[in-house]
Every structure is written in structure tokens, then in C-alpha cells.
Design a protein around this ligand. Structure first.
Ligand SMILES: Cc1cc2nc3c(=O)[nH]c(=O)nc-3n(C[C@H](O)[C@H](O)[C@H](O)COP(=O)(O)OP(=O)(O)OC[C@H]3O[C@@H](n4cnc5c(N)ncnc54)[C@H](O)[C@@H]3O)c2cc1C
Length: 291
């Protein structure tokens, strides 16, 4: 299938893109890497009158270490983050998760901001940014906004972005030393969307007890959600086999994923709980993040 007819703009600055979105936002779609939007156009599941192609906006593509945060421009290609020494050093969890996103060809074009704005419940980056407590910077002609993942992701492929708004940057706090992280998922084949997964961030004190614990779940709900019962059970304890087992049981009791042709809700519930168990044990064996 071919996409329906559309008008096409290719701004080269953020301001120019914001002008276009202010004028045409209701009828337009932003085109980033096109890895999700172009198939939707071809299947005619999206029928915008206009595309605002932001690939020519160089100022939206960067990876910066700035005052205790890692800043990613929305147009930064997923492959650029995956191969970035800065990202690997400051945020290995992000790089680990990126290996699971589609195939290399998709990551060469797909952008970090596109993955966040697309808000697929089976996507890795929204889950990782939730676990990391990232902030999403958004701009329009009426001004900037900064949103937490909880405020940004509304439901399946729906965010709180207004039609006139552009996601411009993802800001990730650099984790303190001795923070352990792990990302695990299960997909039927390498490159497929995951059936379930978990991103875990755990800080451990001198006595070996867990302090800050964040476990974000992939595929458990229409948006990334946290396994809060499991987090509460682990806080203050050593991260060992018993703790991981209890977290698995609590997660399984807490979630109600929806089933589809790839797996029933019950299957996914057990799978995601197992991903939590594995991610905790993997985090326990990790050296910890560089500060
Ligand atoms: C075969 C295949 C397998 C894939 N497997 C995976 C996978 O396993 N995991 C995974 O996470 N993804 C997967 N993807 C999707 C891929 O990661 C996409 O790159 C990503 O979802 C969207 O990024 P994009 O830059 O291509 O955005 P686009 O496709 O250009 O845009 C996606 C949506 O986001 C909006 N948008 C994009 N950028 C902005 C912005 N800056 N501000 C406001 N709105 C914006 C667009 O308007 C559109 O609605 C796969 C894709 C394919 C084709």
C-alpha cells in the first residue's frame, strides 16, 4: 500500500517546526525516523494532511553530559546512542535496552524522541526512561513544558503531547555510583517486539541493603508501569535469590496484562513476573553504574 496524499514541510530549525505545528498541528504529523509512522501511513492507519519532517533539524540531534544529567536531543538516532561512549559510561541501562530495539537498520533511522512520542507499550525506551526517572522536554509557540514519564504516557500509543508541541529533549539523571541496573525482555525472535520485560534500577548501601529501587515493566499495561509492591518488598533488604523470588510473586499478583495472538494475558503475567526476577538477579551481579 502507498500512503494517502499529504503536504510536506522540511524545516531546518526548531523554531520553524514550531511555527508549522502552531499553524497546522491539528492536521499534521511530525516525521522523525519514520520507522513507525511510515508503516502506519502505508497501511492508512494514519492519514495526516501534512508531514512536518524534522530530519533536517540538526540542533535536535545530540548526546551531552551536562551537570549530572545525560541530555539526548529528540532526533538522536537510536544507533548513535547505542554506540556512544558517553551514553555507555553514564547510562549503561539505556544502551543495554537499545540492543533489543528492532534490528540495526531500524535503529540507524529510528530516533530516541520518535520512540518516546510513539508510546508503544511494547517499546523498550519508554520503560527504561520510566525506570531512570527521565524528564521529557516539550516545546510549542506558547512555551516549554517538562513532563515526567507518568504525566507523558497516557495510554496505548497516546501521550499528553498537544498537536502543536514537539518533543525536543530527553533528560536522564546520571545515577549515583553503586547503582545497579539491568534490562531483560523476552521476544519470540531477535528484533521482534517484546512479549514482556523489566528494567531495574537499584542503589545499594555499604551494608549491601537496597535503598532506591525502581522496577519498570514492559508489556504489563498500556503504558510503562512500576512494580511498586515488589519495589516496597525489596527496599532495605539484600538483593538475593529470596528477594527476587518474592518480587516475582508480588508482581504476578499485581498486574493484568492484556492478551493477544502472541500470548494470553495469563501467559504474559507469568512471563513479566519472571522478567522481574531475572532483572533483579542480573542487577545483583552487576558492578554498578559509573557516576
Ligand atoms: C520491523 C520493525 C521492528 C521494530 N521493533 C521495535 C522494537 O523491538 N522495539 C521498539 O521500541 N521499537 C521498534 N520499532 C519501532 C522503532 O523503534 C521506531 O523507530 C520508533 O518507534 C519510532 O521512532 P521514529 O524516529 O522512527 O519515529 P516516527 O516513526 O517518525 O514517528 C513515530 C511517532 O512519533 C511522533 N514523533 C516523532 N518524533 C517526534 C517529536 N520529536 N515530537 C513529537 N512527535 C514526534 C510522530 O509524529 C509519530 O506519531 C520497530 C520498527 C520496525 C519497522
Amino acid at each position: 500500500m502507498k500512503p494517502p496524499r499529504f503536504e510536506y514541510d522540511d524545516p531546518t530549525t526548531t523554531e520553524e517546526a514550531l511555527d508549522l505545528l502552531a499553524q497546522h498541528g491539528e492536521d499534521a504529523k511530525v516525521l522523525a525516523g519514520g520507522q513507525s509512522l511510515v508503516p502506519l501511513l502505508n497501511f492508512r492507519m494514519a492519514r495526516p494532511d501534512r508531514l512536518v519532517d524534522i530530519n533536517g533539524i540538526e540542533e535536535l540531534s545530540y548526546i551531552r553530559h551536562d551537570n549530572g544529567t545525560l541530555r539526548l536531543g529528540a532526533m538522536t538516532r537510536q544507533a548513535a546512542v547505542e554506540s556512544s561512549d558517553t551514553a555507555r559510561q553514564l547510562c549503561p541501562l539505556l544502551v543495554d535496552a537499545l540492543h533489543w530495539v528492532g534490528h540495526a537498520q531500524i535503529r540507524n533511522r529510528g530516533t530516541v524522541g520518535g520512540s518516546v512520542a510513539h508510546a508503544d507499550p511494547a517499546a523498550e525506551l519508554p520503560v527504561v526512561f520510566s525506570a531512570l526517572g527521565a524528564s521529557f522536554h516539550v516545546r510549542s509557540k506558547t512555551g516549554p513544558r517538562t513532563l515526567s514519564p507518568e504525566d507523558f504516557f497516557q495510554t496505548h500509543r497516546t501521550t499528553s503531547l498537544e498537536p502543536s508541541e514537539l518533543l525536543t529533549e530527553i533528560e536522564v539523571p546520571v545515577l549515583p555510583a553503586a547503582t545497579r541496573t539491568a534490562f531483560v525482555e523476552f521476544a519470540r525472535r531477535q528484533g521482534d517486539f517484546a512479549l514482556g520485560g523489566a528494567a531495574t534500577v537499584v542503589s545499594v548501601d555499604e551494608s549491601g541493603a537496597c535503598r532506591d529501587v525502581r522496577i519498570a515493566l514492559l508489556g504489563a499495561a498500556p503504558t510503562p508501569i512500576r512494580a511498586s509492591d515488589a519495589e516496597d518488598a525489596i527496599r532495605g533488604r539484600r538483593l538475593d535469590e529470596d528477594a527476587a523470588r518474592e518480587a516475582r510473586v508480588l508482581t504476578e499478583a499485581a498486574i493484568t496484562p492484556t492478551g493477544d495472538i502472541h500470548g494470553s494475558g495469563d501467559y504474559r503475567r507469568g512471563l513479566i513476573a519472571t522478567m522481574v526476577y531475572r532483572s533483579l538477579l542480573q542487577a545483583a551481579s552487576n558492578r554498578g553504574e559509573a557516576a
